[in-house]
Design a protein around this ligand. Structure first.
Ligand code: IPM
Ligand code: MG
Length: 379
C-alpha cells in the first residue's frame, strides 16, 4: 500500500503491559503483511521498567525515541506495591504518563466504549437498560484541570490552639482551565460527533465550580459553529447516574480531565470490562500531522501480571486507533476491529469477559486471544 516507514515507539511498561503489548504487536505484524505496510516498531522501557533499567520512570533515551517516532503505543505503568517507596513526583503515573501527555501536548483523549452484542452478559446492566446497544465516545480533556493546575502541594500547617499535638497537613490541588483550552477540546468533540450520531453531552459542575460555569459558556459558544450537532449539558453527578440508568441516550460525552477520568472508567464497565477499552490521546495538528499516543484505559493489573490471564483486546484496539489517527490507515484499523469482533463472536473469552453460563464460550489466555485475532486478520 505504502512504502513509507511508520515509526512506532512501543512502551510496554509494567504489570500486564508487556504481555498485552506482545499481542498487539503480533496483530500489527499481521496487518503489516496483509496491507503491505512497513512498521518500524521500537521497544523502550517506561514506568518501573524504566526505573529498573536506568533510574527514571521516563528514561531520557525513551523520551528521545518518542520524539523520533510518529506515535507512541503505550502499555501501562505503576505498581501499587512499589510506588510508595519513591517520592510522588518520581512515580510512574506522574513522571512518565502525565509527563508524556504534557510533553507532547496530548490534550484530546478519545475513549470509545462499545458493548458487543455477544458480551451482553458481561455488562452489569439489565438487557432492558442495554437497549439496542451501548456505543459512547468519551472525549476527555487531558492536559489541564486539577491534574496539572498549580499550586499542587501538601504542606504542614500549625494545629489550632487547644488541639492535641500532632502534625496537621493541608493538601492543595488547583482546578484551572482557560478559554482556549476548553475551545480546542470542544472542537475535537464536535468534529467527532459529526462522524457519529451528532449528539454531544457536555459534562460539568456549573452549579458549584467556577470552572464549570466557564466550561458551559465556552462549549455553548463553540456549538454555534456546529448547528448540525445537538448539544446538551449535564452536571457530572447526574451524568454518572444517567450512565447506568440509560446509557443509550449518550453518543459523545465531553468532559474535563478529572470528570473524564472517572466517567470513562464507569462507561468502560458498561462495555463489559476495562480490558476492552482502548484510547487515543492526540495533540494539536502541525501541518497534516497529529502526534498520537495510544493506550488501553485499564491499568497494570499486577495481580494477574505474567500469568497469561490479561485481556489483550484493549491494547490491540489501541493499535487500531493508532493506524487510523496517526497514519490515516482506516482499512487496516477496521481489519483489526473486525478481527476482534470475529474472535468474540466465535466465543473466545479471557477471564474478565467469561461467564460459565454462556453457551459456546471458551476461556482462553492472553496469547491465545492475541494469536486468534492475528489469525483472523488473514493474509
Ligand atoms: C487514566 C489513568 C491515569 C489518569 C492515571 C494512571 C494517572 O487513570 O489514564 O485514566 O488518571 O489519567
Ligand atoms: Mg483513569
Amino acid at each position: 500500500m505504502s512504502s513509507t516507514v511508520l515509526k512506532i515507539a512501543a512502551l510496554a511498561g509494567d504489570g500486564i503491559g508487556p504481555e498485552v503489548m506482545r499481542e498487539a504487536i503480533r496483530v500489527l505484524r499481521a496487518v503489516e503483511a496483509k496491507f503491505g505496510l512497513t512498521l518500524q516498531i521500537t521497544a523502550a522501557p517506561v514506568g518501573w521498567a524504566g526505573i529498573d533499567a536506568s533510574g527514571q520512570a521516563l528514561p531520557d533515551a525513551t523520551l528521545a525515541l518518542c520524539r523520533a517516532s510518529d506515535c507512541i503505543l503505550f502499555g501501562s505503568v505503576g505498581l501499587p506495591d512499589r510506588d510508595p517507596t519513591i517520592p510522588k513526583e518520581a512515580r510512574p503515573e506522574r513522571a512518565a504518563l502525565l509527563r508524556l501527555r504534557k510533553e507532547f501536548g496530548l490534550f484530546a483523549n478519545l475513549r470509545p466504549v462499545k458493548l458487543p452484542r455477544e458480551l451482553a452478559h458481561a455488562c452489569p446492566l439489565s438487557l432492558e437498560r442495554q437497549g439496542a446497544g451501548i456505543d459512547i465516545l468519551v472525549v476527555r480533556e487531558l492536559t489541564g484541570g486539577m491534574y496539572f493546575g498549580q499550586p499542587k502541594k501538601t504542606e504542614e500547617i500549625p494545629a489550632p490552639a487547644g488541639e492535641p499535638s500532632r502534625k496537621w497537613f493541608r493538601a492543595i490541588d488547583t482546578m484551572v482551565y482557560t478559554t482556549p483550552e476548553i475551545e480546542r477540546i470542544a472542537h475535537v468533540a464536535f468534529r467527532t460527533a459529526r462522524l457519529r450520531r451528532r449528539k454531544l453531552t457536555s459534562i460539568d459542575k456549573a452549579n458549584v465550580l467556577e470552572n464549570g460555569v466557564l466550561w458551559r459558556e465556552v462549549v455553548t459558544a463553540v456549538s454555534r459553529e456546529y448547528p448540525d450537532v445537538a448539544l446538551d449539558h449535564m452536571f457530572v453527578d447526574n451524568g454518572a447516574m444517567q450512565l447506568v440508568l440509560r446509557p443509550t441516550q449518550f453518543d459523545v460525552l465531553l468532559c474535563e480531565n478529572m470528570f473524564g477520568d472517572i466517567l470513562s472508567d464507569e462507561a468502560a464497565a458498561l462495555a463489559g470490562s476495562l480490558g476492552m477499552l482502548p484510547s487515543a490521546s492526540l495533540g494539536a495538528a502541525t501541518g497534516d500531522r497529529v502526534f498520537g499516543f495510544y493506550e488501553p484505559a485499564g491499568g497494570t493489573a499486577p495481580d494477574i501480571a505474567g500469568r497469561d490471564l490479561a485481556n489483550p483486546i484493549a491494547q490491540i484496539l489501541s493499535a487500531a486507533l493508532m493506524l487510523r489517527h496517526s497514519f490515516g490507515l482506516n482499512e487496516p484499523a477496521v481489519a483489526i476491529e473486525s478481527a476482534v469482533g470475529q474472535v468474540i463472536a466465535a466465543g473466545l473469552r479471557t477471564g474478565d469477559i467469561y461467564s460459565a453460563s454462556e453457551s459456546g464460550a471458551r476461556r482462553v489466555g492472553t496469547t491465545e486471544m492475541g494469536t486468534a485475532i492475528a489469525a483472523a486478520i488473514g493474509h
